[in-house]
Design a protein around this ligand. Structure first.
Ligand code: GRF
Length: 223
């Protein structure tokens, strides 16, 4: 069976993109990152993708007033590259309803909180302000409302009393870098199915993706 062709949308640093690329470099990983698109031409993540020989498209959303049109252009690039699944990795732009509809159940996102708690921006600041003791990250299918949609996997981390936004963000980011490749692996290997917004895990002993594959174990040990 061929590898699942994945397109990644980014806006900036691209460390989650980096984690996906590292996992995908393993010969047994069932997905390949075939295209990276940024809505900001200066996004650092584009350089990482280029270094790995992955095709990139740098767009500038500031040059296009119409969100729907901008998303149609992205859609055209994704289809031309025969992308089968879209991963949002720090893509900081709200997507138009038509784009979300056309990638229904074929587009996933990673968010740095335990959804449905703390959708949106400034998650770490809000967790700290409200005294939460646990936070984490979530990978989910994308729906129209920002940071909603069926949850594929989550990872929890403690919130320490000494935490600042930066230390909590760094702890969660380390978890993100394991959770996203694990989640993509489950999907690409056909181990997740979704019917009427209900997710089932097929042939997976433990529903939460542990570090079950050589690719993700390698990632974990590199941290
Ligand atoms: C991550 O925290 C991700 O969860 C959120 O945006 C951030 C992107 O970071 N959606 P990076 O660009 O992947 O380093």
């Amino acid at each position: 069976m061929g590898k699942l062709r994945v397109g990644v949308l980014i806006s900036g640093r691209g460390s989650n993109l980096g984690a996906l690329l590292s996992a995908a470099a393993h010969p047994d990983y069932p997905a390949e990152i075939a295209l990276v698109i940024s809505n900001r031409p200066e996004a650092e993540g584009l350089r990482r993708a280029e270094a790995d020989g992955v095709k990139t498209v740098a767009l500038d959303h500031k040059l296009t007033k119409d969100r729907g049109h901008f998303d149609q252009v992205m859609d055209g690039h994704l289809r031309a590259a025969e992308i089968e699944l879209v991963c949002l990795a720090g893509y900081m732009r709200v997507l138009s309803p038509d784009f979300v509809k056309s990638w229904h159940n074929r587009m996933i996102n990673i968010h740095p909180s335990l959804l449905p708690s703390y959708p949106g921006l400034d998650t770490h600041k809000r967790v700290l302000a409200e005294g939460g003791r646990i936070s984490g990250c979530t990978v989910h299918f994308v729906r129209d409302d920002v940071d909603t949609g069926p949850i594929i996997a989550q990872a929890a981390v403690p919130v320490l009393s000494s935490d600042t936004e930066a230390t909590l963000a760094a702890r969660i980011l380390r978890a993100e870098h394991l959770l996203y490749p694990c989640s993509l692996e489950l999907l690409a290997a056909g181990k997740i199915s979704i019917t009427d917004d209900k997710i089932s895990y097929v042939g997976v002993e433990r529903e939460q993706p542990a570090l079950f594959s050589p690719a993700t174990v390698k990632l974990a040990s590199a941290q």
